[in-house]
Design a protein around this ligand. Structure first.
Ligand SMILES: Cc1cc2nc3c(=O)[nH]c(=O)nc-3n(C[C@H](O)[C@H](O)[C@H](O)COP(=O)(O)OP(=O)(O)OC[C@H]3O[C@@H](n4cnc5c(N)ncnc54)[C@H](O)[C@@H]3O)c2cc1C
Length: 171
Protein backbone atom coordinates (compact mmCIF):
# COMPACT_ATOMS: atom_id res chain seq x y z
CA UNK A 1 0.00 0.00 0.00
CA UNK A 2 2.80 2.42 0.93
CA UNK A 3 4.79 1.61 -2.20
CA UNK A 4 1.88 2.03 -4.59
CA UNK A 5 0.62 5.23 -2.94
CA UNK A 6 4.14 6.68 -2.94
CA UNK A 7 4.49 5.80 -6.64
CA UNK A 8 1.25 7.65 -7.34
CA UNK A 9 2.39 10.71 -5.36
CA UNK A 10 5.70 10.69 -7.23
CA UNK A 11 3.72 11.14 -10.43
CA UNK A 12 3.05 7.66 -11.80
CA UNK A 13 0.34 7.92 -14.46
CA UNK A 14 -1.06 4.55 -13.39
CA UNK A 15 -0.11 2.94 -10.08
CA UNK A 16 -1.50 -0.56 -9.96
CA UNK A 17 -1.68 -3.18 -7.22
CA UNK A 18 -1.63 -6.59 -8.88
CA UNK A 19 -3.12 -9.01 -6.34
CA UNK A 20 -3.77 -12.73 -6.66
CA UNK A 21 -7.06 -12.75 -4.74
CA UNK A 22 -9.81 -10.11 -4.70
CA UNK A 23 -10.15 -6.95 -2.63
CA UNK A 24 -12.27 -8.86 -0.08
CA UNK A 25 -9.33 -11.12 0.82
CA UNK A 26 -6.67 -8.37 0.91
CA UNK A 27 -4.75 -8.53 4.20
CA UNK A 28 -4.76 -4.73 4.64
CA UNK A 29 -6.83 -2.31 6.65
CA UNK A 30 -10.04 -1.41 4.78
CA UNK A 31 -9.29 2.30 5.36
CA UNK A 32 -5.89 1.84 3.69
CA UNK A 33 -7.49 0.37 0.58
CA UNK A 34 -10.14 3.09 0.56
CA UNK A 35 -7.53 5.87 0.82
CA UNK A 36 -5.32 4.28 -1.83
CA UNK A 37 -8.22 4.13 -4.28
CA UNK A 38 -9.25 7.69 -3.42
CA UNK A 39 -5.72 8.77 -4.36
CA UNK A 40 -6.12 7.11 -7.76
CA UNK A 41 -4.45 3.76 -7.14
CA UNK A 42 -5.87 1.01 -9.33
CA UNK A 43 -6.41 -2.54 -8.10
CA UNK A 44 -5.98 -5.41 -10.52
CA UNK A 45 -7.43 -8.44 -8.72
CA UNK A 46 -6.98 -12.15 -9.45
CA UNK A 47 -3.56 -12.00 -11.08
CA UNK A 48 -0.32 -13.55 -9.90
CA UNK A 49 3.05 -12.33 -11.23
CA UNK A 50 5.00 -14.84 -13.33
CA UNK A 51 7.92 -12.78 -14.61
CA UNK A 52 9.24 -9.32 -15.34
CA UNK A 53 9.57 -8.73 -19.07
CA UNK A 54 12.62 -6.78 -20.27
CA UNK A 55 12.38 -4.23 -23.08
CA UNK A 56 15.04 -3.60 -25.75
CA UNK A 57 17.19 -1.56 -23.36
CA UNK A 58 17.04 -4.29 -20.71
CA UNK A 59 14.73 -2.33 -18.41
CA UNK A 60 11.45 -3.81 -17.30
CA UNK A 61 8.61 -3.00 -19.71
CA UNK A 62 5.87 -5.35 -18.51
CA UNK A 63 4.88 -7.84 -15.86
CA UNK A 64 3.60 -11.16 -17.14
CA UNK A 65 0.73 -12.33 -14.94
CA UNK A 66 -1.27 -15.50 -14.52
CA UNK A 67 -5.01 -14.90 -14.19
CA UNK A 68 -6.59 -16.60 -11.20
CA UNK A 69 -10.00 -17.58 -9.90
CA UNK A 70 -11.06 -18.21 -6.33
CA UNK A 71 -11.31 -21.80 -5.12
CA UNK A 72 -12.05 -23.29 -1.72
CA UNK A 73 -10.92 -21.50 1.48
CA UNK A 74 -7.38 -22.35 2.66
CA UNK A 75 -6.05 -22.60 6.24
CA UNK A 76 -6.23 -18.78 6.59
CA UNK A 77 -9.97 -18.98 5.89
CA UNK A 78 -9.57 -16.95 2.71
CA UNK A 79 -10.55 -18.47 -0.64
CA UNK A 80 -7.50 -19.93 -2.34
CA UNK A 81 -6.44 -18.40 -5.68
CA UNK A 82 -6.35 -21.04 -8.41
CA UNK A 83 -4.64 -20.41 -11.79
CA UNK A 84 -6.90 -20.38 -14.86
CA UNK A 85 -5.06 -22.57 -17.31
CA UNK A 86 -3.63 -20.69 -20.29
CA UNK A 87 -4.89 -17.31 -19.06
CA UNK A 88 -1.69 -15.30 -19.10
CA UNK A 89 -1.38 -11.62 -19.92
CA UNK A 90 1.14 -8.80 -19.79
CA UNK A 91 0.67 -5.53 -17.92
CA UNK A 92 2.85 -2.83 -19.49
CA UNK A 93 4.85 -0.83 -16.95
CA UNK A 94 7.92 1.37 -16.45
CA UNK A 95 8.60 0.25 -12.89
CA UNK A 96 7.67 -2.96 -11.05
CA UNK A 97 7.96 -3.17 -7.27
CA UNK A 98 7.87 -6.45 -5.35
CA UNK A 99 6.33 -5.26 -2.09
CA UNK A 100 5.61 -8.60 -0.50
CA UNK A 101 7.52 -8.71 2.77
CA UNK A 102 10.92 -8.18 4.34
CA UNK A 103 14.01 -10.22 5.21
CA UNK A 104 16.92 -9.66 7.56
CA UNK A 105 19.62 -7.36 6.14
CA UNK A 106 22.42 -9.76 5.09
CA UNK A 107 24.90 -7.19 6.46
CA UNK A 108 24.16 -8.53 9.97
CA UNK A 109 25.81 -11.82 9.06
CA UNK A 110 28.98 -10.02 7.96
CA UNK A 111 29.59 -8.19 11.23
CA UNK A 112 31.16 -11.30 12.71
CA UNK A 113 32.55 -11.48 16.24
CA UNK A 114 30.62 -13.58 18.73
CA UNK A 115 27.30 -12.11 17.70
CA UNK A 116 24.68 -14.84 17.32
CA UNK A 117 21.99 -14.72 14.65
CA UNK A 118 18.76 -16.74 14.71
CA UNK A 119 17.77 -19.09 11.90
CA UNK A 120 16.17 -16.24 9.93
CA UNK A 121 19.34 -14.11 10.05
CA UNK A 122 18.08 -11.68 12.73
CA UNK A 123 20.40 -10.69 15.59
CA UNK A 124 19.85 -12.35 18.97
CA UNK A 125 19.80 -9.60 21.62
CA UNK A 126 18.78 -9.35 25.26
CA UNK A 127 15.19 -8.07 25.42
CA UNK A 128 15.89 -5.68 28.29
CA UNK A 129 19.29 -4.26 27.32
CA UNK A 130 19.71 -4.96 23.60
CA UNK A 131 23.15 -6.42 24.26
CA UNK A 132 24.03 -9.19 21.82
CA UNK A 133 25.99 -12.35 22.55
CA UNK A 134 29.09 -10.30 21.65
CA UNK A 135 29.38 -8.03 24.71
CA UNK A 136 30.78 -5.19 22.56
CA UNK A 137 27.69 -5.03 20.35
CA UNK A 138 24.11 -3.89 21.04
CA UNK A 139 21.26 -4.28 18.57
CA UNK A 140 17.61 -3.28 18.35
CA UNK A 141 14.74 -2.65 15.98
CA UNK A 142 13.74 -4.68 12.96
CA UNK A 143 17.11 -6.44 12.75
CA UNK A 144 16.29 -8.07 16.10
CA UNK A 145 12.50 -8.42 16.02
CA UNK A 146 11.93 -8.85 12.31
CA UNK A 147 9.58 -6.37 10.60
CA UNK A 148 7.85 -4.47 13.42
CA UNK A 149 7.12 -0.83 14.28
CA UNK A 150 8.89 2.52 14.68
CA UNK A 151 7.85 2.68 18.35
CA UNK A 152 9.45 -0.68 19.13
CA UNK A 153 12.64 0.30 17.27
CA UNK A 154 12.86 3.62 19.13
CA UNK A 155 12.26 1.89 22.46
CA UNK A 156 15.01 -0.62 21.72
CA UNK A 157 17.36 2.25 20.85
CA UNK A 158 16.67 3.98 24.17
CA UNK A 159 17.14 0.79 26.18
CA UNK A 160 20.39 0.03 24.36
CA UNK A 161 21.69 3.58 24.92
CA UNK A 162 21.03 3.26 28.66
CA UNK A 163 22.72 -0.12 28.77
CA UNK A 164 25.75 1.11 26.79
CA UNK A 165 26.10 4.06 29.19
CA UNK A 166 26.07 1.70 32.18
CA UNK A 167 28.62 -0.54 30.51
CA UNK A 168 30.97 2.38 29.73
CA UNK A 169 30.69 3.64 33.31
CA UNK A 170 31.55 0.13 34.54
CA UNK A 171 28.24 -0.23 36.41
C1 LIG B 1 6.53 -0.10 3.64
C2 LIG B 1 6.64 -0.01 5.14
C3 LIG B 1 5.66 0.65 5.86
C4 LIG B 1 5.77 0.75 7.24
N1 LIG B 1 4.80 1.42 7.92
C5 LIG B 1 4.92 1.57 9.26
C6 LIG B 1 3.97 2.34 9.98
O1 LIG B 1 3.00 2.89 9.44
N2 LIG B 1 4.15 2.45 11.33
C7 LIG B 1 5.20 1.87 11.98
O2 LIG B 1 5.34 2.03 13.20
N3 LIG B 1 6.11 1.14 11.29
C8 LIG B 1 6.00 0.97 9.96
N4 LIG B 1 6.92 0.23 9.27
C9 LIG B 1 7.99 -0.42 10.03
C10 LIG B 1 9.07 0.56 10.41
O3 LIG B 1 9.47 1.28 9.26
C11 LIG B 1 10.25 -0.23 10.99
O4 LIG B 1 9.79 -1.06 12.06
C12 LIG B 1 11.29 0.71 11.55
O5 LIG B 1 11.73 1.62 10.55
C13 LIG B 1 12.48 -0.10 12.08
O6 LIG B 1 13.49 0.81 12.46
P1 LIG B 1 14.99 0.32 12.51
O7 LIG B 1 15.77 1.50 13.00
O8 LIG B 1 15.08 -0.97 13.24
O9 LIG B 1 15.38 -0.02 11.01
P2 LIG B 1 15.39 0.90 9.71
O10 LIG B 1 14.43 2.04 9.83
O11 LIG B 1 15.25 -0.03 8.56
O12 LIG B 1 16.85 1.53 9.75
C14 LIG B 1 17.98 0.78 9.39
C15 LIG B 1 18.97 1.76 8.80
O13 LIG B 1 20.22 1.10 8.59
C16 LIG B 1 20.74 1.52 7.35
N5 LIG B 1 21.69 0.49 6.88
C17 LIG B 1 21.42 -0.73 6.37
N6 LIG B 1 22.55 -1.38 6.06
C18 LIG B 1 23.57 -0.56 6.38
C19 LIG B 1 24.98 -0.66 6.31
N7 LIG B 1 25.60 -1.75 5.83
N8 LIG B 1 25.71 0.39 6.73
C20 LIG B 1 25.11 1.51 7.24
N9 LIG B 1 23.79 1.66 7.33
C21 LIG B 1 23.02 0.64 6.92
C22 LIG B 1 19.52 1.65 6.46
O14 LIG B 1 19.77 2.50 5.37
C23 LIG B 1 18.52 2.28 7.43
O15 LIG B 1 18.59 3.68 7.44
C24 LIG B 1 6.85 0.14 7.90
C25 LIG B 1 7.84 -0.53 7.17
C26 LIG B 1 7.73 -0.61 5.80
C27 LIG B 1 8.82 -1.30 5.02
Amino acid sequence: MDAVRTAKRLGAEHAIIAYRRTEDEMPCRRAELHHAKAEGVEVLPLVSPLEFVAGEDGSVCAVKVQKMELGEPDESGRRRPVPIEGAIEEIPCDVAISAIGTNANPFAAKIGGKMELNKWGYIVADEETGQTTDPRIWAGGDIVTGAATVILAMGAGKKAAASITKSLLGE
